[in-house]
Design a protein around this ligand. Structure first.
Ligand code: PEP
Ligand code: MN
Length: 334
């Protein structure tokens, strides 16, 4: 629900209304334009009627928001959100590439890849320490030791680190050590985890679920924001379809659709989206042309020996050349 205030509304009147609504459990957000001031109410507004508010002489009108997502929607927040981490920005005209191996495997591996991707122009280093593997017998990640290695890589390169959390058990460690907390496709609808991570108020990278609709992705982001997150990045990483030629079907139309519905930055992961390293370049360039605010690309120094997702990982040399092409396409469309 959006409460449109009259231009002569007094700050004390607005404050009293805000407090009353907060006491009733609603999240109240200011929406300010050059000459307009509105209050957005998020929460279960089904018990509120416009007359609750229009009886105040400082309220002009009340708009009921139809979409089930409010904090993530553009109505409450018409301008693009910019997520900023250690001086690196994504969204609102800022483009950034997040790169690194699927899993942190050793100090030598992560430092070598971190240096290479930093030199090539990546803005963030990504590496999994806790891995959501389909088989319980596959490499599960180095766990907390992996986070320690990522911290060393951050210290050596200055790149902020992105890593996936799989359980609330590790909230404290992630809050302390990880710059952008990734919620993977398999946990996109783990609502308890979303709420817990939201409460940390840390930047979050939220990946689209394997079989989730765009609305479900936005509702998952709504959980994070209702919990307290303000810095959420959405990631299209491919969805399950009947097609078997690629690991997933990369839904590039999700980029303009998400950006029309939400103010949050949208990035694309062509590595998981296709499953093959040679498809990463064309899909990365297509994503940039389609308006993505960034990319997530898996890079490995020895893809053939990678403990996870080697077939879709590009080498550092390939990545460096790809970054040049990305810059070219970005410049051509902006
Ligand atoms: C990953 O980013 O390495 C990963 C497991 O991705 P997703 O959750 O998209 O499958
Ligand atoms: Mn991976």
């Amino acid at each position: 629900m959006i409460i449109v205030l009259k231009p002569n509304a007094k700050p004390e009147q607005v404050e009293t209304l805000r407090q009353q609504m907060q006491e009733r459990g609603f999240i109240v957000q200011d929406i300010k334009g050059e000459t307009t001031h509105m209050l957005g109410l998020a929460g279960d507004t089904s018990g509120l009627s416009p007359e609750n508010f229009t009886r105040f002489d400082f309220v002009g009108s009340v708009i009921k928001v139809q979409e089930p997502y409010k904090l993530t929607g553009r109505r409450f927040h018409p301008e693009d959100s910019v997520v900023e981490v250690m001086g690196r920005k994504i969204g609102g005209g800022n483009f950034a590439v997040i790169a690194g191996p699927c899993s942190v495997e050793s100090e030598e591996q992560i430092l070598s890849i971190a240096r290479d991707v930093a030199q090539a122009g990546a803005a963030f280093l990504r590496g999994g320490a806790f891995k959501p593997r389909s088989s319980p017998y596959s490499f599960q990640g180095l766990g907390l030791d992996g986070l320690e290695l990522l911290k060393v890589a951050r210290q050596k390169t200055g790149l902020p680190i992105v890593s996936e959390i799989m359980s609330s058990e590790y909230l404290e460690a992630f809050a302390k050590d990880v710059d952008v907390i990734q919620i993977g496709a398999r946990n996109m609808q783990n609502f308890a985890l979303l709420r817990d991570v939201g409460r940390l108020r840390r930047p979050v990278l939220l990946k689209r679920g394997l079989s989730s609709t765009i609305e479900e992705l936005l509702m998952a982001a709504e959980y994070l924001m209702a919990g307290g997150s303000t810095q959420v990045i959405l990631c299209e990483r491919g969805i399950r379809t009947f097609e078997t030629a690629t690991r997933n079907t990369l839904d590039l139309s999700a980029v303009p659709v998400l950006k029309s519905k939400s103010h949050l930055p949208v990035i694309v992961d062509p590595s998981h989206g296709t499953g093959y390293w040679h498809l990463v370049e064309p899909m990365a360039l297509a994503a940039v042309a389609g308006g993505a605010d960034g990319l997530l690309i898996e890079v490995h120094n020895k893809p053939q020996q990678a403990l996870c997702d080697g077939q879709q990982s590009v080498t550092p040399e390939f990545f460096r050349a790809l970054m040049k092409k990305i810059e070219g396409v970005y410049a051509a469309v902006h």
